[in-house]
Design a protein around this ligand. Structure first.
Ligand SMILES: *[C@@H]1O[C@H](CO)[C@@H](O)[C@H](O)[C@H]1NC(C)=O
Ligand SMILES: *[C@@H]1O[C@H](CO)[C@@H](O)[C@H](O)[C@H]1NC(C)=O
Ligand SMILES: *[C@@H]1O[C@H](CO)[C@@H](O)[C@H](O)[C@H]1NC(C)=O
Length: 358
């Protein structure tokens, strides 16, 4: 028996022993064609240098500037994913990932490779950073994407399927056709578009489109593109970092603060509101934001419970997902989508920052 199998057995036995004494959550939900499907996409957004330097972010120094430590995120993720095979996570910025990878033991590397091959951990975007789309020259965008993708191919034998440009201020048609379709991505997701455009698109259910960025390449280089309804955070009240003030799910019936029904009602209301501005019965909740999952278990503990109790309730279907699973589900519905040409520029930074840093 290899060490990984041994760990799995210990985890399994731990689960079985716990069954009689503790609650076991059913997190195994897949897609339910007859309901609104809420795709919970656990993610962290780790800027490769912003308020701190890239080194300060990685090691977690100078936390008075910003409490952020990428080592903590990646370290805590591994046991959190091992604890339940239905849990999923996406990781994006290769500058941080490669640095962390070089610090890991062979044992951890073997475990992480298994998490990647089983689909629990998926690399998306996959460049060294999430490049800006307004300012850099396209050669640099290609180079930094290539550098990240080459490492993933050599080390894990995988190629990212999804573009994830959630933080740049506005989006370029070049991203859609050259750094999207031509890279081989099946879709690209982002947050920041002009606020008036966003209001209009919500009304018309056109946040998700087929984006044809090149006049000369036309439909041969088009891509499914989704702008989020708000920012790349969870809906209000579903934010579970340590010290966050969203109500945690409390399911011990003996305690005064038991709140399962309230939390399920909040979940269903938020899902119905988003489904109301989205084509098809698939919606995505981006469960994370900047430098989160420093203690990954707080998020997964609450999402496990939400999936369990929301599906027991039965009004909507909640599942652990990734942008790839979400994209496949969208394609599978065979719906037609509005066509988008040209850029998403300019983007009104001030209004969105008011939402982000409220
Ligand atoms: C777990 O939930 C799924 C769907 O949500 C259901 O199909 C399955 O039967 C459940 N499993 C158990 C053991 O309750
Ligand atoms: C960051 O931390 C180092 C070591 O504590 C300190 O010398 C430096 O002044 C800090 N930098 C900033 C910008 O606060
Ligand atoms: C759904 O959208 C319509 C039209 O924009 C709006 O009037 C209605 O309040 C929305 N319903 C929900 C539940 O958000």
């Amino acid at each position: 028996m290899g060490i990984v199998e041994l760990i799995s057995v210990v985890v399994l036995l731990g689960g079985l022993c716990a069954e009689s004494k503790y609650m076991v959550y059913n997190t195994s939900a897949g897609i339910d064609a007859g309901k609104i499907n809420v795709h919970l996409v656990p993610h962290t957004h780790d800027d490769v240098g912003w308020l701190k330097t890239v080194d300060q972010y990685y090691v977690g120094s100078n936390n008075s500037i910003q409490g952020a430590c990428v080592q903590n995120v990646l370290d805590s993720l591994v046991p959190a994913l091992l604890a339940d095979k239905n849990r999923k996570f996406i990781y994006v910025e290769q500058t941080f990932f490669q640095r962390w990878w070089r610090d890991q033991s062979e044992l951890t590397q073997t475990i992480v490779k298994k998490l990647v091959s089983s689909g629990q951990l998926e690399f998306i975007n996959g460049g060294m950073c999430m490049h800006d789309e307004a300012v850099p020259h396209y050669i640099d965008m290609i180079d930094q994407t290539t550098l990240g993708h080459r490492f993933l191919k050599e080390e894990f034998g995988v190629t990212p399927r999804i573009g994830w440009q959630i933080d740049p201020f506005g989006h370029s048609a070049v991203q859609a056709y050259l750094l999207g379709a031509e890279v081989g991505f099946d879709s690209v997701f982002f947050a920041r578009i002009d606020y008036q455009d966003r209001i209009k698109r919500k009304k018309e259910k056109s946040l998700e489109v087929i984006w044809r960025g090149s006049k000369s390449l036309g439909s041969s280089a088009q891509i499914f593109a989704g702008a989020f309804p708000e920012h790349y955070e969870p809906p209000p009240g579903f934010y579970f970092e340590v010290n966050a003030d969203s109500p945690v799910v409390q399911d011990n019936v003996d305690l005064f603060d038991y709140n399962v029904q309230d939390r399920v009602n909040d979940f269903v209301a938020a899902a119905i509101a988003q489904a109301n501005i989205t084509r098809t019965n698939h919606i995505m909740w981006t469960m994370g934001t900047d430098f989160k999952y420093q203690y990954a278990h707080t998020w997964f503990r609450n999402m496990d419970k939400l999936i369990h109790y929301v599906n027991k309730d039965g009004r909507v279907n909640a599942l652990y997902s990734t942008p790839s699973i979400y994209t496949d589900a969208k394609y599978a519905t065979s719906k037609s989508w509005p066509l988008k040409i040209d850029d998403y520029f300019p983007s009104c930074k001030c209004l969105l920052d008011r939402i982000l840093y409220k």
